[in-house]
Design a protein around this ligand. Structure first.
Ligand SMILES: [Zn+2]
Ligand SMILES: [Zn+2]
Length: 474
């Protein structure tokens, strides 16, 4: 049920605003539970101390940003907040954290390992064991903050310029909202709707190039998860004019590109710059590679498909009278479609090697220096469901829940999306009034904190809304 469901052609994307997701075969009582759960999440999210707490958490994280694989203080902060809520957690690809909230309070997840062959005296059947995964990334960037915020980064040269501090706060907020619903008694979420259901909260390190998502999936903790998540959900703040604060955007199919960073080494034979015929010129060969790989996009990719090939650095030689032995080029490759992405990686190697052959140089192309991120492909039904949830949280008026276009940046949430039917979403955060207009990764980036409560509610609503419908499928 994984990859075969990734249908990029989301037939009715444009009409979706009028479409209520068909909850086929389900009793209307589960739909009523869905409505009650969403209404109470929305209500709890509007309590003023809830928002203050989110801002407190986010500001602490903003002041203490940590780079990929070093999010230690961040992780210990998260653990303390989870403990306050009585939520159990385990390390997964440290400093990654996998926390879980069993809706029936029956936490048997650390029982006798895998298998377990079910049965026993429990009334929970395999059938109603259902889990949802909510994910936040937690790393900062090697950027020196240029804002005047009173809680600006205290860690020189590091900044939460991608807003992952807000992502963590929103997921912690979701944990709190879920606990509140569970503690509110049966009339919101009846006992039988809780049995066997689990929400996993995943706090992921190293999104900014370290493929933390992939490492978490490979960790023993995640491999041993007792219930395979039926769906995964993530939010990214989106500080661009098309998604103002107060809006939510997503789409079925590809939402973010695949990205690979490559390095090309061209080896010729150096010598005196005045006698090129005795040498093999790596500079000329490298220059031809720069121009020839442009044809991958301009002549070999359909105009309806999307690929970017950029050579970003070219280094060769030291002085003007010596022809160097070697030229080194680096760049980035992006594509929205998984097949095109794989093809473009192969084509880049093929073209570079062919140019090398024609010019008598050895050429080596490597994608190893950084992790390759596949395109992030949203499951069409998960995206529809996310919009249904978002309409309850962000509002049903026009402009609140948007169908967005795909973008060329990449995200390692794609690894989860390859594993479970998933949805990556934008939480609009462009706000002219407070100067939240700078792009992600900018040293001037400002996160609009007013979005946090809706983000927390969207996370919680997606998880409990899905579980209330009592099916492993949408
Ligand atoms: Zn980023
Ligand atoms: Zn990010």
């Amino acid at each position: 049920m994984t990859s075969s469901k990734k249908n990029n052609k989301t037939s009715n994307e444009n009409e979706e605003n009028d479409v209520t997701v068909v909850v086929d075969g389900r009793t209307s009582s589960s739909s009523l539970t869905f409505d009650a759960v969403l209404a109470s999440i929305k209500r709890f999210s509007l309590e003023s101390d809830f928002e203050l707490d989110l801002i407190r958490q986010r500001r602490f994280l903003h002041e203490t940003p940590e780079l990929m694989w070093n999010e230690r203080e961040t992780a210990s902060f998260i653990k303390k907040e989870l403990e306050k809520l009585g939520i159990v957690y385990e390390d997964a690809a440290e400093p990654g954290i996998l926390a879980r909230i069993p809706l029936d309070g029956d936490d048997d997840d650390d029982g006798e390992g895998e298998g377990g062959s079910g049965s026993g005296e429990s009334t929970t059947t395999e059938k109603n064991k259902i889990a949802v995964l909510l994910r936040a990334d937690m790393d900062a960037l090697p950027v020196t903050e240029e804002t005047n915020l009173e809680f600006k980064s205290k860690n020189e040269g590091k900044m939460h310029a991608c807003g992952h501090d807000g992502h963590v706060a929103m997921l912690l907020g979701a944990a709190k909202l879920i606990k509140k619903v569970l503690e509110s008694g049966e009339e919101i979420l009846p006992d039988e709707a809780r049995r066997g259901k689990v929400v996993y909260l995943l706090f992921q390190p190293a999104e900014e190039g370290g493929a933390g998502a992939k490492k978490m999936l490979e960790s023993k903790t995640m491999r041993d998860m007792k219930i395979r998540p039926s769906t995964a959900f993530a939010l990214h703040n989106w500080p661009y004019a098309e998604t103002p604060s107060g809006s939510f955007g997503t789409r079925g199919g590809t939402i973010m590109a695949g990205a690979g960073t490559f390095e090309i080494t061209v080896t010729g034979r150096g010598g005196h710059a005045a006698v090129p015929h005795k040498n093999v010129d790596a500079v000329v060969c490298g220059a031809k590679i720069v121009t020839d790989v442009q044809t991958i996009v301009s002549r070999k990719t359909s105009a309806l498909d999307s690929v970017v090939v950029t050579i970003s650095t070219f280094h060769a030689g030291t002085v003007s009278n010596v022809m160097p032995d070697e030229a080194k080029l680096t760049g980035t490759l992006r594509s929205l479609q998984p097949e095109t992405f794989r093809w473009a990686m192969d084509e880049l190697s093929r073209v570079a090697n062919a140019v090398g052959l024609a010019n008598g140089c050895e050429v080596e192309v490597s994608f190893a220096s950084r992790e390759v991120y596949p395109p992030t492909v949203n499951d069409a039904k998960a995206a529809e469901f996310a919009k249904r949830v978002a309409r309850e949280i962000f509002g049903k008026e026009e402009g609140k829940v948007l169908d967005v276009a795909p973008v060329m940046p990449a995200e390692d949430f794609s690894f989860f999306a390859n594993e479970y039917p998933s949805v990556m979403n934008w939480i609009g955060s462009y706000n002219l009034d407070i100067g939240a207009v700078h792009p992600l990764h900018s040293a001037k980036f400002i996160l609009d904190e007013s979005i946090l409560k809706n983000g927390a509610a969207a996370h919680a609503g997606y998880a409990l809304g899905f579980l209330a419908l009592n099916s492993t499928k949408f």
